[in-house]
Design a protein around this ligand. Sequence first.
Ligand code: SAH
Length: 407
Amino acid sequence: MTVDPASASLREVKDRLRGLLRDELVLAPADAEARAQLERARGPDGRVDLRSLDLRVLPWALEGLGKEQVRALAVFKHLWQRGVSDLSEVQTVSRSTMNALAARSRLGALAPAGRIDSDDGTTKFLWQLHDGHHIESVLIPDEDRPGSNPNRYTLCVSTQVGCAMACSFCLTGDLGLKRNLSAAEIALQPLLVQQQMPGGRRLTNIVMMGMGEPLHNFDNVVTALRIMLDEDGLNFSHRRVTVSTVGLVPRLRQLVDTLPVNIAVSLNATTEEQRRLVMPITRRYSMTELMDCCRTLPIQSTKRITFEYVMMAGFNDSMDDAARLAALMTDVPAKINLIPYNENPDRDIRRPSPETVRSFQAYLAERGFNVTVRATRGVDVSAACGQLGKAAQRMVERLPPLETEPS
Ligand code: SAH
C-alpha cells in the first residue's frame, strides 16, 4: 500500500488532536517551519492573518489562550468549511476566547469586484485586494461539452498579482510582478467561488494556472494547498489539484517532495534556443535540466506530468517540432496538452490552423502518447489562457457591482 505524504502528516495532526481532546496537552514551542509561517502571516500591525495559516500552525496563533489545538480545529473548520467572515461566528468556542483571539489577529479577505459570464459557460471572477490590486479566477464547467463529465467544475486560481517570468507570448507577463498573493488570498478564491455556485454544485478541480508563477510564491502556495487538501479545510482530493509551472527546477522537486498534487509544466518549445526565445526562465534552468528533473521526480506511479504546449503558428508547430517533442518525452510519465495560441490584439502571434493542430496531435498519438488539445474557453471575456490581468482594471470600471450570497 502506498502512503501519500500529505494525508500521512495530516493523519498525524488529527491523531494528535484526538489525543488532545482527552489529555489537553500544553502547546509545544513553535518549530522553525511554524514560526516562518506565522511571520509570513503577520501584517504591519503585528496581527496574524488566521486565514494564511494551515491547521498545523494555527494553534500557535492561539498561544496562551488554552486548549489551543482543539480550539484551532474549531476555528479552522469555521473559516474554511462554513466560510465565516467574523470570529464572533465561531460558536463552539467561548466568546471571551474568541474576543481575545480577534484582538490579536485578522482575517485575510478578497473583495468581490465583479463577475462576467462567457457565452461558453466559463465565468471570470474579479477580486479586489486590500491594497487596491486586482486578481482573477476563472470557473470552467465541463457540463456543456459533449462526452464530458457533467459534474466537473474546475477553478483556475491566481497565485501572484502579475508575474515575473516574462514569457513573451503571455499577457499576464506584461504587468510584471506586482506582489505575491498571501496564502489566504489564494485559498479564498475557491472558497468564495464555491459560495456563489448555484444549487449545491461544488467545485471539483483546482488548477493553479491563473495569474502568476506558483513556484515563485512557493511558501504561500504550499500553505494554500495544505488548506485546500485538508479534510477539515476545503477538502479537495490531491488527484484534483494541479500546480502549473514554467519549470523552476529546484522548487518543482521540493513541491513534489512536500505534497502529492498533480504537476503541469509549460514547455512550449522543443529546442533550448526556441524556448529561450519565448521563455526567459530557460536561461536559468535549461530545458535539458527541466526534463532531467521531470524524468526523476518521485511522483506516484499512477500519476503523470502534464506538459502544456502552446502552439504558435510558424514558430513551434512543424512536424520537426512534433518529432523533437516526442523525443523529449521519452522515459517521462507524460500527458501532453496542446494549447492552440489564443490570439489577442497585443501580439502578432497566430494560432495554427486546425489541420496543423490535428496533424501534430496525430503524430504524437500514433507514437503512443496521451495527447489532448485544450478547448479554448472564455475568449469573449478575456479569461482564456494567458489573457488574465491585462483587462482587469478596465473591467472593474465597467462592471455592475456583484451580488453576493450570504454564506
Ligand atoms: N506560470 C505558470 C502558471 C500559468 S498557466 C505556467 O506558466 O505554467 C498559464 C498557461 O497558459 C501556461 O501554460 C502558458 O504557457 C499558457 N499561455 C499563456 N499565454 C497563452 C495564450 N495567449 N494562448 C494560449 N496559452 C497561453
